[in-house]
Design a protein around this ligand. Structure first.
Ligand code: ADP
Length: 202
């Protein structure tokens, strides 16, 4: 199974990504986590990644592609992946599609989790209150939401045109979001690995 989670900050991609990865027995590839880990290294290039993340700006496409491509290729050889936060720009989506076509492993579905900005902001501020991330502060949250709307938003029509978009209301309890994702995947002919709804699409 090869899925992409497309969602603004605070929509719950991490939670749903982990659940889907467990369910389908594939790797959960969280772009933000991988880049945060890379940013820990002490080279000028890595410190640059940390600076983009701290501001809530996207890390440049080439850096992201260099970091993510080997991970995606390795996961593709082991049954698939749940991509969380990658691709996040049209050039990244085009590069990812090219790579997937070359490997013969195109995306099964792109799951778009949506919720009102007020809900997303409240969740991120709550997370900040529980010792969350350095970029969970009001002005950076605001900027991340704007970057999502402007730069990642265009991926919604891109995957709609490819006929693989599943849009799910993320302003619900996590279990309801998971159930809606499963229903959306079934609607695309993609089914659970437990046998009740058949296998994944050939
Ligand atoms: P969130 O979706 O809550 O912002 P993430 O952990 O997915 O959290 O991303 C955090 C930050 O990591 C982003 O603000 C951005 O700086 C960087 N990042 C993550 N994924 C990408 C990507 N695909 N392209 C560019 N930058 C990215």
């Amino acid at each position: 199974m090869r899925l992409l989670l497309l969602a603004p900050p605070g929509a719950g991609k991490g939670t749903q990504g982990e659940r889907l990865a467990t369910r389908y027995g594939v790797r959960h590839i969280a772009a933000g986590d991988l880049l945060r880990a890379e940013a820990q290294a002490d080279t000028p290039a890595d410190r640059q990644i940390a600076a983009y993340q701290a501001r809530g700006d996207l890390v440049p496409d080439q850096i992201v592609l260099d970091a993510l491509t080997p991970v995606v290729v390795a996961a593709a050889a082991h049954g698939g992946y749940i991509l969380d936060g990658f691709p996040r720009t049209l050039p990244q989506a085009e590069a990812a599609a090219e790579l997937a076509a070359r490997l013969g492993v195109t995306l099964d579905a792109a799951i778009y989790l949506y919720a009102p900005d007020e809900v997303l902001t409240r969740r991120l501020l709550d997370r900040a209150g529980q010792g969350g991330r350095a970029d969970d502060v009001a002005d950076v949250i605001q900027h991340r939401l704007q970057v999502f709307a402007e730069t990642t938003g265009p991926l919604v029509p891109y995957y709609t045109q490819r006929g693989i978009l599943v849009a799910v209301d993320a302003d619900q309890p996590p279990d309801s979001v998971t159930a809606d994702i499963q229903a959306g995947l079934s609607g695309l002919g993609l089914t659970c690995p437990d046998g009740h709804e058949g296998g994944t699409r050939a």
